[in-house]
Design a protein around this ligand. Structure first.
Ligand code: NAD
Length: 297
């Protein structure tokens, strides 16, 4: 049976470390602050946003949500972002996705000042991360997966990492982090047009799946001893749950656990790590801003 990689426990340890970093900033008069912009009232987005701001507050940081109506115009949204860009008490800005269809999400993300872009979605941060610049804000999910791998003592050097999915927010930045000097993995990216997906996944020493399809990966598609990171989050109806649904990943957890050496569960795997890295990026933003102000004096 596979060892469970417990993202909740790794997050707990990391958040205890980060509480010390927050305390050091508070001691020099800086309260790291995250502002989350939520457009409309999608219940899943509302729940994500609430957990992000709550996590900030438990660490002694400032967490603020700005709730805008579903029909807010692009100019009104830009004005809100301008105000946050200019506010010295705001270190991190996050616009919760998805946005309503009338709002151009790429232009919105590019409107956030790169120094406050704690989601790491601005092209300037994507570029800095790609060249391995430590000032980059790395998107939270790939950053969380890298921390998880490192803290679990999973060696990536010379290993074949197969990633399923090619999204900008998870898979592409993750591929670049894993193949960089240090992690030194050999990386294969696969996607919806990859023929015979199983012929790739069976080669993986480490398999990372970020698609959004329940049971995409079954036991016959992995080799014995593989390490599996399941990023997928799929809501499936469940009358026995008070919410009427439960979350599952992209991997057939029961079947694949029989063959894998280690595996992340859903929930309790990658999810908590993502929020933890958002806190880490906000602390990094506050520290960088504080240091740059010191340098200007
Ligand atoms: P996306 O929709 O942007 O990308 C999905 C990718 O899957 C695409 O690149 C597509 O080519 C690929 N794909 C689709 N069908 C496929 C198939 N049959 N075979 C191989 N590849 C296929 O998704 P995303 O934003 O990267 O998210 C992926 C999943 O991860 C979703 O379930 C999402 O909810 C979840 N997610 C979880 C977290 C977390 O914190 N746990 C964070 C981000 C995303």
């Amino acid at each position: 049976m596979a060892r469970i990689i417990d993202g909740t426990e790794i997050s707990r340890v990391m958040r205890a470390e980060m509480a010390q970093q927050v305390a050091a900033l508070l001691a020099v008069g800086v309260t790291p602050g995250l502002s989350v912009v939520l457009v409309g009232n999608n219940p899943a987005s509302q729940a994500y946003v609430a957990s992000k701001t709550r996590a900030c507050e438990t660490l002694g940081m400032r967490g603020q949500t700005l709730n805008l109506p579903e029909d807010v115009s692009k100019d009104e949204l830009f004005a809100v972002i301008d105000r946050l860009n200019a506010d010295p008490a705001v270190h991190g800005i996050l616009v919760q996705l998805p946005l309503p269809a009338h709002l151009p999400y790429k232009a919105v993300l590019e409107h956030i000042h790169p120094d406050k872009d704690v989601d790491g979605f601005h092209p300037q941060n994507a570029g800095l991360a790609f060249v391995g610049d430590p000032r980059a804000f790395v998107p939270c999910t790939p950053a969380g997966i890298m921390e998880m791998i490192r803290r679990e003592g999973i060696s990536t050097r010379g290993k074949h990492v197969v990633i399923v999915g090619r999204s900008l927010i998870v898979s592409k930045p993750l591929a670049s982090l894993l193949m960089a000097p240090g992690p030194d993995a050999t990386v294969t990216l696969t996607h919806r047009h990859t023929p015979d997906l199983a012929s790739f996944t069976r080669q993986a020493d480490i398999l990372i799946v970020a698609v959004g399809k329940q049971n995409l990966i079954t036991a016959d598609m992995v080799k014995p001893g593989v390490v599996v990171i399941d990023v997928g989050q799929n809501r499936i109806p469940d009358e026995s749950s008070p919410r009427g649904y439960r979350m599952v990943g992209d991997v057939d957890f029961t079947g694949v656990s029989e063959k894998a050496e280690a595996i992340t569960p859903v929930p309790g795997g990658v999810g908590p790590m993502t929020i933890t890295m958002l806190l880490a990026n906000t602390i990094q933003a506050a520290r960088q801003l504080h240091e740059s102000r010191g340098a200007q004096r």
